[in-house]
Design a protein around this ligand. Structure first.
Ligand SMILES: Cc1ncc(C[n+]2csc(CCOP(=O)(O)OP(=O)(O)O)c2C)c(N)n1
Ligand SMILES: [Mg+2]
Length: 554
């Protein structure tokens, strides 16, 4: 049957199990999506259209593909604005599918902004559909890349959405996605090193979550009795009440990174410098680097042993090899778990104290502590913003399942938390979904709060309202690292709860520490009937959190 390109794409998306698409108009594929009954989540700007789809892919660990559309072509205003979202998705390795209008054939070179070269810098593949008949081929290739290997965004540019082709000539068959298993010789060599080590440490990255390998990580950690740290993006890969879990950041993590003689990195790029740990004195340690992509091997540190493959298949192979070599006994337990517990308790003591603080203005840790009390860790989603909420929550927030918490940010683009909380609600409607933000993140998300109301998305935004960019002002790193650019209108000048209440959200402004918990409970109750909520907690500026361990320059 002869169909047009846009209709072909819409039907293939349905075949691939895509049941909604985020967008900001215009994109010529949108009308076909509408006609074919694919619901569109219309965000209020193009960056959020990308970010919601990106977050959906992350939260479902790529099991469901987030798809978005935005304006492109000769008038690439939407694409230029979407670039921020694309760059973030690319930096964080998120398998999101982006569809945009392509520059029409015959119109190239008439604008200053070079679409193709710009899009190529932020995608695993930028496909320009130069012939209608190639729709099945391009979609097949896109889903192959989205579901195989190192995750990353795919962008398809459609120059002629009304062009037609015969969809029976090359009928579309959904793409499975493929994994690779590691070389058994590498597995054997890695296990030899692992069993020789005195103080091995497992460094788990987000690849563990994408590979659905949380159980395998736990099993290996238990068999070899090794402490585990996770990266920010992998937070929750090991239940954080597990006796071998050290932390994401903080003094105890620094202690174990320093003390270890062997690091078994799984599913992490080991790319310190932004929001992850470096490895101190790396040249004196043995680094086993398990990754799906050879790109990261020998990247910043000498890799003693690489194991290339899917994280789950790799962990299972390591597990089997260790088990066989030790007749199932693994490494002796020794005092490892007790030491981890003591180090964690010591590292967290100062934060736990302020999590119970009654001081006014409210200490932000009190908000996080109360949040942990009101949420069911097995049925909720929490995410942070850039700034102190990221640093503080990733230091203390106990996460008991993968994606119970979304840590994000090789670069951390302000405003992403709202997109993440929306995506979590779409992925798991029964789970409570909470974004914790400061004023900078809130500023970015304001226009998009309307989406929550229009779509009846029961999401709660918790605002740690401290009247400024707390990490930037006086009192932090001596006089503050940006003392001239940290103050904004705060709660004394603007009643944000009133502003957003007028918009239609359930809002509360909380100044009493004892009121935090009941206010959060009321917000979550409002969410249950699809009403979004905003809770403004009047907090002190308290830029205190666990540091990343710096990269050693030796
Ligand atoms: C798009 C973007 N621009 C700039 C930054 C740098 N940045 C990170 S946090 C921050 C301010 C955070 O202030 P606030 O939201 O009030 O949080 P607080 O530190 O007070 O908790 C800025 C400007 C960023 N992360 N993203
Ligand atoms: Mg602030």
């Amino acid at each position: 049957m002869t169909i047009d390109v846009a209709t072909g794409i819409a039907r293939i998306l349905k075949q691939e199990g895509v049941d909604w698409v985020s967008t900001f108009p215009v994109c010529r594929v949108n009308n076909a999506l509408g006609r074919e009954g694919v619901p569109m989540l219309m965000m209020r700007d193009d960056r959020y259209a990308v970010a919601v789809a990106d977050a959906f892919s992350r939260i479902t660990a790529g099991k469901r593909t987030g798809v978005c559309t935005f304006q492109g072509g000769v008038n690439a205003a939407g694409m230029q604005y979407a670039y921020a979202g694309l760059a973030q998705a690319y930096e964080d390795g998120s398998p999101v599918l982006c569809i945009t209008d392509g520059v029409p054939i015959g119109s190239s070179g008439n604008s200053q902004f070079d679409v193709a070269s710009s899009m190529k810098t932020v995608s695993k593949w930028f496909g320009y559909l130069d012939k209608p008949e190639r729709v099945p081929e391009f979609m097949r290739r896109a889903f192959t890349m989205l579901r195989s290997g190192r995750p990353g965004p795919v962008i398809l540019a459609i120059p002629n959405a009304t062009g037609t082709y015969d969809d029976t000539a090359d009928p579309y068959v959904p793409v499975k996605g493929w994994k690779s298993a590691p070389d058994p010789a590498d597995v054997r060599a890695a296990v030899t090193l692992l069993l020789q080590a005195q103080n091995p440490l497992i460094y788990a990255g987000e690849g563990v979550i994408y590979a659905d390998a949380a159980d395998d990580l736990k099993a290996l950690a238990e068999l070899v009795n090794a402490p585990v740290i996770t990266t920010l993006k992998a937070k929750g890969a090991l239940p954080e009440n597990h006796p071998l879990f050290v932390g994401v950041r903080g003094d105890q993590v620094a202690h174990y990174l320093t003390k270890s003689d062997l690091i078994l990195a799984v599913g992490s790029s080991l790319s310190p410098g932004r929001f992850s740990h470096g490895i101190p004195e790396a040249a004196k340690k043995t680094i086993i680097h398990c990754n799906v992509d050879e790109l990261h091997i020998n990247k910043m540190y000498p890799t003693a042993q690489a194991v290339i493959g899917d994280a789950r298949l790799t962990l299972q192979a390591l597990l089997k090899e260790v088990s066989e070599r030790t007749s199932g006994a693994g490494r002796p337990a020794g005092n490892v778990a007790a030491e981890v517990r003591a180090a964690r308790d010591a590292g967290l003591a100062k934060y736990r104290e302020v999590m119970a603080s009654n001081e006014k203005p409210i200490n932000p840790y009190r908000v996080y502590g109360d949040l942990m009390q009101v949420l069911d860790p097995h049925n909720s989603f929490v995410t942070h913003e850039s700034g102190n909420t990221r640093d503080q929550l990733s230091t203390v927030f106990d996460t008991l399942m993968p994606r119970g918490f979304l840590g994000w940010g090789n670069v951390s683009t302000l405003g992403f938390s709202l997109a993440a909380a929306i995506a979590a609600k779409k992925a798991f409607p029964a789970r409570a979904s909470v974004a914790v933000t400061g004023e900078a993140g809130l500023g970015y998300m304001l226009g998009n709060l309307e989406v929550l109301l229009r779509e009846k998305l029961g999401v709660t935004v918790v605002h740690v309202s401290n009247g400024g960019f707390a990490g930037y002002g006086p009192g932090f790193w001596g006089p503050g690292h940006d003392p001239f650019t940290h103050a904004v209108l705060g709660p004394n000048e603007v009643d944000m709860a009133k502003v957003l209440g007028a918009l239609g959200l359930h809002t509360e402004r909380v100044s009493e520490p004892s009121e935090v918990k009941p206010a959060l409970q009321r917000a979550l109750a409002a969410n249950e009937s699809g009403r979004p909520a905003y809770i403004e907690c009047l907090c002190c500026q308290y830029p205190v959190y666990g540091q990343w361990v710096g990269r050693s320059m030796e």
